[in-house]
Ligand binder design. Structure first.
Ligand code: ZN
Length: 271
């Protein structure tokens, strides 16, 4: 009688208790624009500190554009957007930089540090286009998506540790198979759908911010179409952190009428 190849329940129970502790210790967060409820793996202070550190790192190895019409436009758009963010940006110290790079990219780090690459300006084409991408990136920060991702990853890590412990006596090949299946399952079943949810939420809130700041929301549709053309070959939607261009554009179109109303303050009391 061999006592090898045993599945152990102890590590699973420990993982379940750890998951419960991790969950209940985390901060809950209700998105003020979409109403979506989440839990966060970082405090606001931690986010702000990490965001500042990341910002300084990026700037230290980049060519920052200090003057000229391009950076003036970026600053102008940032100012108009930040003005409409309101309480969601409480505690944020907003900063914006334009970096000389061909990369088609822009981001807003936790705590309100915005970086725009000159490469995206040709896709943005105008201020409303720039407001689309900057509004989207600011929405990631005000929705605290980074902290939510830390929470999700923390939960997945604890669960995986439990599984690893419970199968450590199994044959190596069996272990590999089980871990492979669970790894793919969490990636495609948990982490990527979460990222896509973040993208769509940032689209909605970004559209709201840009509209409230006085930009034409139809320009967001035009921007994402140009982005799709600039994007080239892409992985299929299920494997990507980004929603497919068709999904994104269709959803933005659907949202425009209600966003116009909310941005003009007509239905602000509905929530
Ligand atoms: Zn995004």
């Amino acid at each position: 009688m061999q006592r090898r190849s045993m599945f152990k329940w102890g590590p699973i129970l420990i993982a379940l208790v750890s998951l419960a502790v991790f969950y209940f210790r985390s901060e809950s967060f209700e998105n003020p624009i979409t109403g979506r409820e989440t839990r966060l793996g970082l405090s606001k202070d931690e986010e702000i500190a990490l965001g500042l550190q990341g910002y300084n790192e990026v700037l230290s190895r980049s060519q920052v554009v200090e003057s000229g019409p391009e950076v003036e436009m970026v600053r102008r758009v940032a100012k108009r957007l930040v003005n409409v963010v309101g309480d969601e940006g409480a505690g944020f110290e907003w900063k914006v930089s334009l970096v000389r790079s061909d990369e088609i990219n822009a981001f807003c780090l936790p705590g309100g540090k915005i970086v725009v690459y000159t490469g995206i300006l040709s896709v943005a084409q105008n201020e409303a286009g720039l407001a689309t991408v900057m509004g989207h990136e600011i929405a990631h920060a005000t929705s605290r998506h980074g902290a939510e991702r830390m929470f999700d990853q923390g939960m997945v890590e604890i669960a995986m540790k439990g599984v690893q412990g419970s199968i450590e006596d199994l044959e190596p090949s069996q272990r590999q198979t089980i871990l492979g299946i669970i790894g793919a399952g969490t990636k495609f079943g948990v982490l990527l759908p979460f990222s896509r949810k973040h993208e769509l939420e940032a689209d909605e809130i970004g559209l709201y911010y840009m509209t409230k700041a006085g930009y034409e929301p139809e320009e967001a549709v035009a921007f994402w179409k140009r982005m799709a053309e600039a994007g080239g070959a892409k992985p299929p939607e299920f494997a990507s952190t980004h929603p497919s261009d068709d999904t994104r554009i269709r959803r933005l179109r659907e949202l425009i009428p209600q966003i116009r109303e909310r941005a003009s303050g007509i239905s602000n009391t509905s929530r």
